[in-house]
Design a protein around this ligand. Sequence first.
Ligand SMILES: *Cc1c(COP(=O)(O)O)cnc(C)c1O
Length: 461
Amino acid sequence: MPDQQHVKYLLSEDQIPRAWYNIIPDLPRPLSPVLHPGTKQPVTPDDLAPLFPMALIMQEMSPDRYIEIPEPVRDVYRQWRPSPLYRARRLEKALDTPARIYYKYEGISPVGSHKPNTAVAQAFYNKEEGVKKIATETGAGQWGSSLAMAGAFFGIEIEVFMVKISYQQKPYRRSMMQAYGATVHASPTNLTNAGRSMLAKDPNNMGTLGLAISEAVERAATSGGTVKYSLGSVLNHVLLHQTVIGEESLLQMAMADDYPDVVIGCAGGGSNMAGLIIPFVRERLGKDLNTRFLAAEPTACPSMTKGVYAYDFGDAVGMTPIMKMATLGHDFMPPGIHAGGLRYHGMSPIMSLLHEEGILEAQAYHQNGIFEAAVQFTRSEGIVPAPESAHAIRAAIDEALEAKEAGEERVILFNLSGHGHFDMGAYDSYFAGQLQDYEYPVEEVRAAQGRMPQVDEAALA
Ligand SMILES: *Cc1c(COP(=O)(O)O)cnc(C)c1O
């Protein structure tokens, strides 16, 4: 019998997980090797050493199912973890649904999202290896804020390339990064070859996440070893660090005497969704459950619903290693939707593989429907969600309405990846009726996919 009393399920500090769960050894088939952008041969740890500390490179390729969380990282996690799991009782009532809706709330971290779960771990391993400075990119500003905070905790200088459209739409995210002590540039900049060549083609270029990644990677790669690089999503070690979300949720669902039929996350590069679902995927594979997993993405940048599963670059100009993933083409320029954190052309290789294997479903949503769901959620649960997280809310509400139609007691769990306190400009546009619903840009995607790297996969095997 599911618990009928509580609104939130809280764990104690000593229930913060002691290990991250690495799904790589449990995947239904092996991940395709990551390739060097020049030779198109599998990368070696030495190839990645200019960008990342060795401990993270080893995690990226680790065959170990569990990796112990270092005590200094757990110490920082204690600042906000364990995060609460809520039962959305008021939302259920508003929808008049027999479904039970639960959400894990990652917006209680100091910066307001799940991203510090990996930022703190990455800063720790960089510090251990004597790194003094890290360059990174940020879209909506959540990742830049997270790494800036982690840099402040561990005494590392942080330089952030922030997508220009977000830099203009969200000036207070920039101030926040500066409050933590970081340096912030609007990307494209004149500081890198990648930025300069883009500005030469189009001086009014508003930037993309892929381009900001190119700038930050170039910064590290040309620093002669003095600057490392850090990525806030997509990579295996990032997903690994986020699994604390799902491990805590498993304990909290047990406290509620319940278990989800469907687990939902919004998907940009895939890390918050992965963090929630990966421990539930382990349970499904190990215990023969029928749990469904659903990724919610924007219609304007639908990497899983409309992308191809192929080898592509992680950045816009083709400097990063080549990964097999669901992609729209590395130089595709997604329309300027307000969920900046979801404007990424690709998808993490692990999530892409789970999608290919039919374990992960994906669905794309328009902006206006997203904000409609966000407002309904705000008025029933009181939390103003980030536009990114509102994609998961839309999907959860649709599942609850479907359950009502079918007269089913469906159990729904979603990740509320962050709050929207820095996104009120987007809400203003929605209230003013000025939000555009972008159709999926078929022609541009087709053209971008034509420019992807050619890889002879048969020759790799
Ligand atoms: C960055 C961000 C996302 C998207 O990134 P993922 O790696 O897909 O999780 C989603 N929600 C919020 C609040 C974010 O800041």
